[in-house]
Design a protein around this ligand. Structure first.
Ligand code: TXA
Ligand code: MG
Length: 332
């Protein structure tokens, strides 16, 4: 059931969370499938409903940095700087977890992923949840899609893939469109586990540390464990191929009118038969991110066998979009 966000629907949602029920939660990145992070039975249902393996920890959403301290055992200086600079917003920090808190959400890991979303509906809900008796300190919420599939950027996407019986607060279309940047803050310097709207250079600027990726561990400890950041992810039914623009054009020229089973997602319009479905990828990375999952869904719904996507430009501003497309292409 999709509900417009009103004081009454938010109060109802808080009550449902207190009862251990699940909720479709709008955030600025993608919609989440939320449960009270401290209710292990409710959290178990999130794993079941998503079809997600239990070892993959969930991000816990909190109203502010003070509420994060219910879950975090300690916050290194550079993590505090990141939270100060980018919260509320599309940044998740991985911190050492307070013993015995949110075990199920953390998948048994000694750490916890924390995020303070900026979406006004998420903020209102988190505030009301924290003020309730008994309080709900945080919401464990993975993206509200079946495991391995495309993340939802509208309330309707959530209902389509997880069922109409779920209570979904309608927060409109997501502004960012791809999931938060995840930064591991459990070691001596920030390590980006998943690229997103907040870029490596922004993180480096705020912390004064060169933020490296998970492939290049900053110290001798083993690489951080981000079980959900699997290579194959974000899979539409159609096969996704990433190619340079000229390679796509050359292949289309060869196929001619036989290209009807192919959809195109490119920055420039391609020469192709009229029957070929074409969508333009915006020239700006923020706009491309905002539309990415919706476009993949639309092309997939048209029933094509192949989606040919033009490789995004080089450069850190495109890291998030490139990452999601590479995973979508690796799925098939
Ligand atoms: O933008 C987002 O982050 C969205 C919205 C709903 O907030 N949420 C989201 O959650 O993308 P999910 O569960 O689909 O992705 C969570 C990622 C997974 O890759 C998981 O492995 C990683 O976060 N993660 C969560 N807790 C972790 C931890 N303690 N250590 C390492 N990785 C963690
Ligand atoms: Mg996800």
């Amino acid at each position: 059931m999709i509900a417009p966000p009103t004081p009454a629907s938010i109060a109802h949602a808080v009550h449902a969370l207190q009862q251990g029920q699940l909720l479709g939660l709008p955030t600025e990145t993608v919609y989440g499938l939320a449960a009270d992070a401290c209710n292990s039975k409710a959290v178990d249902q999130v794993f079941t409903r998503k079809g997600r393996p239990k070892g993959h920890p969930l991000i816990v959403h909190v109203v502010d940095a003070a509420a994060a301290m219910h879950f975090a055992a300690e916050v290194p200086d550079f993590a505090a700087q990141l939270m100060q600079a980018f919260w509320p917003g599309p940044l998740t920090v991985i911190l050492p977890r307070r013993a015995g808190v949110a075990d199920a959400a953390a998948g048994g890991h000694p750490t916890i992923g924390l995020r303070c979303p900026s979406h006004p509906v998420a903020q209102q809900l988190l505030q009301a949840a924290l003020a309730a008796q008994p309080p709900v300190y945080g919401l464990a919420a993975p993206s509200a899609n079946p495991f391995g599939r495309i993340s939802p950027t509208s309330a309707a996407h959530v209902g389509d893939s997880l069922g109409e019986d779920l209570l979904i607060l309608d927060g409109g279309d997501c502004r960012v469109g791809i999931e938060s940047t995840i930064v591991d803050c459990t070691r001596s310097q920030p390590i980006i586990l998943r690229p997103g709207a907040i870029t490596a250079s922004q993180i480096a600027q705020v912390t004064g540390c060169a933020a490296c990726t998970g492939d290049q561990p900053a110290d001798s400890a083993p690489a951080p464990h981000a079980p959900g950041t699997l290579t194959a992810h974000y899979a539409p039914n159609a096969k996704v191929r990433l190619m340079d623009g000229p390679a796509i054009q050359a292949a289309l020229d060869v196929l001619g009118s036989d290209a009807g089973h192919i959809a195109l997602y490119t920055r420039q319009r391609m020469r192709a038969a009229d029957t070929v479905l074409q969508r333009r990828m915006p020239a700006q990375p923020e706009a491309a991110a905002q539309q990415l999952f919706r476009t993949l869904r639309e092309l997939d719904a048209a029933g094509v066998a192949l989606i040919w996507v033009e490789t995004p430009p080089a450069g850190p501003a495109w890291d998030g979009v490139r990452d999601r497309l590479q995973r979508a292409a690796a799925s098939n």
